[in-house]
Design a protein around this ligand. Sequence first.
Ligand code: PEP
Ligand code: MG
Length: 572
Amino acid sequence: MASVKMAGIAASSGIAIAKAFVLEHPDYSIEKRRVEDTRAEVERFRQAVEQSKAELETIKNKANEELGADKAAIFEAHLLVLADPELIGTVERKIEEEGVNAEYALDAVANDFITIFENMDNEYMKERASDIRDVTKRILGHLLGVSFASPATISEEVIVVADDLTPSDTAQLNRRYVLGFATNIGGRTSHSAIMSRSMEIPAVVGTKTITENVKNGVTVIVDGLAGEVIIDPTEEEIKAYRKKQDDYQKQKAEWKKLVNERTVTADGVHVELGANIGNPNDLEGVLSNGAEAIGLYRTEFLYMGRDQLPSEDEQFEAYKKVLEAMEGKPVVIRTLDIGGDKELPYLDMPQELNPFLGFRAIRLCLERQDIFRTQLRALLRASVYGNLKIMFPMIATLEELRQAKAILAEEKDKLVAEGVAVSQALEIGMMVEIPATAVLADRFAKEVDFFSIGTNDLIQYTLAADRMNERVSYLYQPYHPAILRLVHQVIQAAHKEGKWVGMCGEMAGDETAIPILLGLGLDEFSMSATSILPARSQLRKLSKQIAESHTDAILNLDTAEDVVAYVKKHFQ
Ligand code: PEP
Ligand code: MG
């Protein structure tokens, strides 16, 4: 049979060839049935509970060995739910007394428990609700005979194929076994795509229908360079892609030679190349790719893949580790930017129709000041271990910026009064990712030390095209002249106030965007660590002066397509 080729969005470079592991979202629809033999039904329920226990024990041990005790703690909490006689006993009584099927009884009882826990004042108790939800799904899976696939359970080399991967699914992927992934939905700047780049896992997203075309165990090639997936390839295709894989490795080896070089343009101008990270484990990639800074540390990943908020000390240790590892090089740490595609189930926020426009990031932090202040204290305490810059995400108004800065100043004063050392050189900056701030950049520039332009969001908000939605990905245009003009305006406004401007959206590492951004005067480019060396190689061949001479012409083009054609003609 001939192979099938599917096009998607190239999310993370590289070629991977392996058998497919299809992560399905099983059908958990439940019907109420009358049961005559209630004893047998209780027995069926007990068996499903026992199977879930055995499964969780295995996963817990594996997670403990491979991912560490903190990740394994989630499964420990799930085992505790299974051992809870209150929950299990109530389900059994419901089956016996009402003569209903186990699925229905479990679902009804679990929902009651979830409502009770969710309405408790105590944060710890609230978090139990999400454990009960997960455990219920697992038992239901056994009762209904559908598999509860979890990426954490993969233990052979595979390509993960899924409708979508959430950032927490992605965080659970084990690089040793997951050679690549392909999804139906998502865009280049969805967070699972960004994470796949920092994990160096080749990925293609937004194929729309890959899950309908791939069966478990079928060989799949993920071509993260071209944005294609080849299903059930022929021998010749496998050979050709092995060659492409080799060529890519050779190219990478060439780039590696630049790891200890500074990033200097052909006309001798230094620009700073930073890395974006999600957690301290990414440091290895930062150092091995020769980053000159960390331009964005997305701290929200510290809060994810667990079932309670990280403590101040835990955060302090993580920030300190990153600052120390960078040995005095700049480290921009962004305060919690949860929301959008980054969920935190244990906060139990109500579902929103438009999460990217909803209660998130700084909005949440200014309301949940307990969470915000804990993080700021951890950051301030860590500030003496390196060159820290604190950055606030999703600022829309000057009031928000002022309030965030005032809270930071309060926490700083408190720490100083307690005799705790805090860096005097701390810079405070903000993301420019909402069009309103880009337009009003001249005002914001007076009140911060630096800007970092978050094009991932700025593009989606400016063009009203969801960064996660592959159906409108044609409108998600980094080179749209409106975006370039906004970026230009932001850089001009900052420079007028003597402030520096970075960019930490994915556009900063984009080959077509780099000559434009150099000409616009961007001071710092921050990107996935794996993009640093190709970007350095490119920048060394470009002249800043020549790039600048094209700026006016580029800003006066009509369409994104015109911009791409212009860059091709003049820079490549
Ligand atoms: C951005 O929006 O460009 C950005 C860097 O932040 P995030 O991708 O985490 O939203
Ligand atoms: Mg953003």
